[in-house]
Write a protein that binds this ligand. Sequence first.
Ligand code: SF4
Length: 499
Amino acid sequence: MRRMESAGLLSCFVAQRHPLTPSKSGSHIAMTTTIDPTQADPNAHNGEENTMPSFGQRPGHRVFIETYGCQMNLADSELMGGILGTSGYTAAPNHDEADVILINTCAVRERAEERVFGRLSHLLRYKHARPEVILGVTGCMAERLREDITERAPYVDLVVGPDAYRRLPKLIAESQEVENDPVVDVKLDRDETYEGLSPKRTPGISGWVTVQRGCDKFCTFCIVPFVRGRERGVAPDEVLRQCRDLAERGYREVTLLGQTVNSYRHEDTDFADLLELLVDVDGLERIRFTSPYPTDFTPKLIETMATHDEICNYLHLPLQSGSDDVLERMKRRYTSGEFLDLVGQIRETIPDIAMSTDIIVGFPGESDEDYQQTVDLLEEVRFDFAYLFKYSERDGTNAARQLEDDVGEDVKGERLSSLIERQEEISGEVFKNRVGQTVQVMVIGESKRDAQDLCGRSDDFKMTVFPRPDDRELNPGDFVDVRVTDATSHTLLGEPVFR
Ligand code: SF4
């Protein structure tokens, strides 16, 4: 079992990494490791990287963007790269050669924020070496902790919230003029969807397009609505333009991003309509989306998913708890029974769909009985995998204001370990059930464990490893049928099949 740090809540991670789910459960992933494109989850491009392409350098205009957090943040870093690119900025290959260093941050988890403060201390050496370097903090943490940042890291020149990226070139120019005070722009804008801008994309096979920004749900454990503002959908034409652009650049797969992506609406277009528009984009073979909110799942959307092969047979459906009392305290808008009904409807229409979920244990007031109801529901649904988190209070959330964090750390830990153990067993059984079947895999690249093997994702999001064929070349983005011969609780193993 892999454990990974996530934001918002203490977390343990069962099965594959997932793009946005952490934010739902308060668990944005915060990592600073460089991505290995052959191993990274194509949908969860977490890590640190410079998302701007490198071309002619202009003095004072070389930027390095370091990204923490979920896929939405990575998409935002690409957006910032695009905005800065049109103002003459180019990508610096590393911090040493950058004139502007931007840290795009995640606020969902306290430890992620502390990590950014640690990182800022480390980056101070660039300011010592070259005082003219502009050091900026962008994203959710900039929104939430603007004052703390300017107090604890007074050498930071720029603090820019998620709705102010359009003004980034101007803000950088201002900060180059100002001697001491940082330039701060954290104004939330309920209309900003960054339409008409072109993100600077890292070349690849799987890209993402943000179709919705903000969130209106206000789950009591979550900080997202406070740092990303109110929900708004990107115009369908704009989404279409970006998807076509991805396809023209050779991407084969797109993941549509939104905090509650299926509540997407723009004028008369709902999420199902949006998917209908995108399935016809030439060259895009797979469409994924994350993360849907259970009560926004409509029969029309289920039908749309069932109708189009391009829409992958995988759904991440955050549950959070199997107890109705806890769900109510979380201000989730469904009961466990309603969740089960929805799973039933989806499976009836799309029988082979894979499902994953987020669950939080140890939420305020969670009794042994509440916890047992979560275990029971996990067993009943039998998710393919799950992202399991231990609740930790987050300043600024409604839960922190209104509910006592009264479940002991030891109890939370025991519940989490036990739930992980159970989910591991279920995942192992679900994955083993695929043995003997043939899955279509989109090749990502060489397997990390053995250079003789290749890896890729099945349509239902399972990492699949298979021997590199001797007689033909397979490149990232190629599709290959793989007959599954074995499985672990995280990976399918198989043999490529050529007809
Ligand atoms: S629905 Fe909105 S408020 Fe609830 S967990 Fe997701 S992002 Fe947070």
